[in-house]
Write a protein that binds this ligand. Structure first.
Ligand code: ADE
Length: 262
């Protein structure tokens, strides 16, 4: 996969892809990330990239010419890239969209800045508009980093074992079950006994239940999007009615953060 990123601040991208999974994916040539300075495509002597909005109003607007020119330069391959504008006005990014975007061999990400971008870019150059959340960032750069990170780790071979991608929170549509490692008891806090039992079937069932409970508590809207067995539906209903499956009252995942913040 090739990812071209158009930005006014290329220096911001020094770092995020130099570590961990992204670094390895680049080294393995699973992905080629190319950062372009939009200013390099401005043709006037001041390399102007923005101007006042027609009709007046506060702030500056990104000019169309450097962005069109940059995309024209990048669009060289036979397959047209998917051109995405990062903007708070876009559709909300999620794991499903990350997965869908791995289906493209070439993405072009345009990082917006200032008060906006000339509408002709939106209408004539951009195939998709994506927001990473309902808040306003200073620009699209951090949003692009978030997207690229989420996409790269889904590329086959990017992560050591496929299993760890498949067991992620969100893959399969549910949040991940609680995880523990040694020691079995720390400050009097013990690991759930079932995980030490060696009973793989019981462990799998416990994990599935915990995933369901966590999802119900924290992101209940996700439950409408996954297919559940009749037994699982009944389990959720019983929890919703106020019953809990744990033998110690509340299920474990409900202690600490309860889905409602500090
Ligand atoms: N640019 C500014 N805010 C943004 C957001 N929330 N998502 C994507 N791009 C942005």
């Amino acid at each position: 996969m090739r990812i071209d990123i158009l930005t006014l601040f290329p220096e911001m991208f020094a770092g995020p892809f130099d570590h961990s999974i992204a670094k390895r994916a680049i080294e393995k040539k699973l992905v080629n990330i190319i950062i372009h300075n939009i200013r390099d495509f401005a043709q006037d002597k001041h390399r102007t990239v923005d101007d006042y909005p027609y009709g007046g109003g506060a702030g500056m607007v990104l000019k169309p010419e450097p962005i069109f020119r940059a995309v024209d330069t990048i669009r060289t391959g036979e397959l047209a890239p998917c051109v995405i504008l990062l903007t708070p006005q876009g559709r909300l990014f999620n794991q499903k969209i990350a997965g869908e975007l791995t289906g493209y061999s070439h993405l072009v990400l345009i990082c917006g800045h200032y008060e906006g971008i000339d509408e002709r870019v939106r209408e004539n150059l951009v195939d998709d508009e994506i927001s990473i959340g309902d808040y306003i960032l200073s620009g699209g750069e951090i949003a692009a980093m978030v997207m690229v990170d989420a996409i790269i780790r889904l590329l086959p071979g990017a992560i050591g074992s496929e299993a760890s991608v498949n067991e992620d929170s969100f893959s399969g549509g549910l949040l991940k079950y609680p995880q523990y490692t040694r020691p079995a008891v720390y400050r009097g806090l013990s690991v759930p006994e079932v995980l030490l039992s060696g009973n793989h079937e019981a462990i799998a069932q416990w994990r599935r239940e915990q995933s369901l409970l966590r999802t119900l508590k924290r992101h209940p809207e996700l439950l409408n999007k996954v297919s559940l067995s009749e037994a699982e539906k009944a389990f959720i209903q019983s929890v919703q009615k106020g019953y809990t499956s744990g033998n110690d009252g509340e299920p474990r995942g409900w202690k600490g953060y309860d889905g409602n913040g500090c």
